[in-house]
Design a protein around this ligand. Sequence first.
Ligand SMILES: [Zn+2]
Ligand SMILES: [Zn+2]
Length: 303
Amino acid sequence: MESEERERVIAAYRASGGRRGEVSHVVAAGPLQVVLHTRYELRTHDVIFERAEGPVDYADVVRLPSVDPWSVEHEADIGAAKSIQRIRIDGSARVIECPPCGRTGSESCPICHGGGTVQSAGGPGGRARNETCGRCRGSGNVPCLTCEGRRYVRATPQVEIETGTHISTRVLESEELPVELLIQIGETHDDGKVIFEEEGDPIPMRARGSGYRGQANRVSAPVDAKIEELLSESLFDDRYEVHGQRLEVQQVPVYRLDLAGGHRGWAYGEPPLAWGEKRAILPWLAAGAAMIAAAIGAYFTLI
Ligand SMILES: [Zn+2]
Ligand SMILES: [Zn+2]
């Protein structure tokens, strides 16, 4: 560790109430987190139903041809922010039997729910009584909202293209860290210092396009195992195309300080904050993590 960083950690540790005394060592103590950024393109399709214009051409009533979303030519702009574009395939539009009403041209009345009657409130002291539904005039049915009673609709296939960056994370806990400190870190840390990064096109397997498995011996065996775990859980089915990926190993800012007299201190966060000794916190463990967080400030002893 650079002496500048060491001095900064010690100063911040003392300023936030850490134990006084000579510091012999400052060690970056993790934990590490493995972060995978995936730039993706997701294509799905659906159908827009609209009122059919003009006379219905009965000969034109066919099942809608299926559209492969990946056959649509479109240059997707892949950025960090999620964006959605919809492309109508007008050339594949057909007049078909109206799916929502099943070609009946009518649907159940939304007021009386098909019963044809509604309950009136009744006059003062009078009893409620059934009245004919004004909306459907007692028939229980109203014209289908989709086809407006025509029984046929114009159906246009549409491809939806979503692009963005998916971020998935795995935390590698450092074994020597006190459990209570890990709880505290889990509530506060966000990004860490990047100690390793790799850019691939694309990194995981089973994605559309070529597979890339990265290199062996990236950081250390436990980190590599976490990376493999993350990659195997970050698979994308064939609705996706992976345009590129970035793998990062970040060190969450936690430092161990070795002090005179065999004492140990911990500093975490950015800027670093002192964290109390394990023995002082233990009685509070039974009271739950929330209480620990509230009580930490009270446990620093200044020598
Ligand atoms: Zn009705
Ligand atoms: Zn209809």
